[in-house]
Write a protein that binds this ligand. Structure first.
Ligand code: FES
Ligand code: FE
Length: 463
């Protein structure tokens, strides 16, 4: 057990109260905790870095971050993807200074040491002189290598060489992730390079929200119902703006801190078809309202790839928002259009820690490779407008996180708590096909509470 005592005598486990489901506000700003998080969370778990369609060709590379560590993600001559620490083993220069490019030789500009896409040392200029009497064997002069796993083209890496596999890390969430990331044989494709934006906020403000916080939608994103895609004409009592019907469905959380909000599609199906969803077959529902990026013509492929349970989920309560612990968020959203149709938006975010008071917001926009080009273009536009770094929804979130981070530094503020006490009273509804902890009904805090439990678990474990 590594339940470290912080400089002021507080133990990490004192920051979280499992009985009352509260977390001390100081966790959102504490620099000492931040350093520990980089080692105990980002130094250990699987971290999402990008998508293999960002580096389609041999020699392609991108530079990314695993917590506080810069890494090179590169495809070698055999087509395999590697992740290596972007720090020169000679004198710690950043080896690859570009965001992206293509090369089979990553040469450090300082003294010229050169490395393969897999991180192996190739050689150095005037090597005989430079290596004269060297102590370290050449095969140990490569870049430090991370362990890599691909899932539906998503690139994950970890420094934990013999820890859990990516599949074990996903745990019960994999059943649901498959319905988002493994839908077609062609696979997903990133539409353009990711957007990047710096925000003066602690990474956890964005990430605990990403663990499927539903409640903030009702207030912070209220315009969605007032003038946005969910707006409707005021009823007899003058009530029009109400997002609460969107808050029903199932939420799923796992012991690893992953979270999913599976939002009920039935109302949208009624609106689109005028039929009672209970009278439609799974195939009819999927064709009436296919998942984002899928057309009715592509539905037969889904039938081949998924079991009955997963198909039922996709046609009834598909995961629409959720997070992978520690710092990833995905959105596969069905956005109502003024003409009564629905267009999907698919985005993936990562919130990269850049010190206790700053994060980098990265946003990737996706479609299936097989999504028809006109639909891809509409999805790209929608996703940028709503879910991009300057998107109408994300701008609002990005505005709350710096305020939280700032006020959390207060001497008094540090002593009060964040509260996660809204708890599902109903478990999985009858006929729910998937595994994991499941709650049914109006959105609750359980998913975010699971996120904090996973945080606590890693922060106090010496494994
Ligand atoms: Fe890279 Fe010297 S620091 S070659
Ligand atoms: Fe939000």
């Amino acid at each position: 057990n590594a339940d470290t005592t912080l400089r002021d005598g507080t133990r990490i486990s004192d920051l979280i109260n499992h009985e009352t489901r509260e977390v001390k506000v100081r966790t959102l700003s504490d620099p000492e905790l931040y350093e520990l998080e980089m080692e105990r969370i980002f130094g250990k778990t699987w971290i999402f870095l990008g998508h293999d369609t960002e580096i389609p060709n041999k020699g392609d590379f991108i530079t990314r971050d695993m917590g506080s560590d810069a890494v090179i993600v590169a495809r070698d001559r055999e087509g395999e993807i590697h992740v290596s620490l972007n720090v020169c083993p000679h004198r710690a220069m950043k080896v690859q200074t570009h965001d992206a490019g293509n090369t089979n030789v990553h040469m450090c500009i300082y003294h010229g040491w050169a490395f393969k896409p897999n991180g192996d040392f190739i050689g150095a200029p005037v090597e005989k002189e430079c290596m004269h009497g060297h102590m370290t064997p050449k095969d140990q002069l490569g870049l430090k290598k991370a362990r890599v796993a691909l899932y539906g083209g998503l690139i994950f890496a970890t420094w934990s060489i013999d820890g859990p596999s990516l599949e074990e890390f996903f745990g019960d969430a994999k059943y649901y992730f498959d319905t988002l990331f493994l839908r077609t044989g062609g696979g997903l494709e990133v539409l353009g390079p990711p957007q990047r934006f710096r925000i003066n906020a602690n990474w956890k403000t964005a990430c605990e929200q990403s663990a499927a916080d539903g409640f903030h939608t009702l207030t912070l994103h209220r315009w969605l119902a007032e003038v946005g895609p969910y707006a409707k004409k005021p009823d007899a009592e003058g009530k029009g703006a109400d997002l609460s019907p969107e808050m029903y469905g199932c939420e799923v959380w796992t012991d690893q801190g992953h979270a999913l909000r599976c939002i009920d599609l039935d109302r949208k199906i009624v609106r689109l078809t005028g039929k009672n969803p209970a009278e439609l077959s799974v195939i009819e529902k999927l064709k009436a309202l296919p998942p984002p990026g899928i057309t009715p013509e592509m539905v037969p492929e889904l039938l081949e790839r998924f079991d009955d349970g997963q198909l039922k989920l996709m046609s009834w309560r598909p995961p629409q928002v959720g997070g992978f612990f520690p710092n990833g968020l995905f959105e596969f959203i069905y956005l109502p259009q003024p003409d009564g149709t629905v267009v999907g938006a698919c985005a993936l975010h990562a919130y990269i820690p850049k010190g206790p008071g700053q994060l980098e917001f990265m946003n990737w926009i996706f479609a299936e490779k097989d999504t028809p080009p006109e639909l891809k273009a509409r999805m790209l536009r929608q996703s940028v407008q709503m879910l991009g770094t300057s998107g109408m929804v994300e701008m609002e979130d990005s505005d709350t996180w710096p305020h939280q981070t700032e006020v959390a530094k207060g001497a008094m503020a540090k002593t009060i708590t964040l509260k996660y006490q809204a708890k599902f009273e109903q478990g999985a509804p009858e006929g729910w096909p998937g595994p994991g902890h499941v709650g049914d009904g109006f959105t609750k805090d359980d998913t975010q509470w699971a996120w904090w439990n996973a945080w606590h678990e890693l922060m106090t474990s010496d494994k």
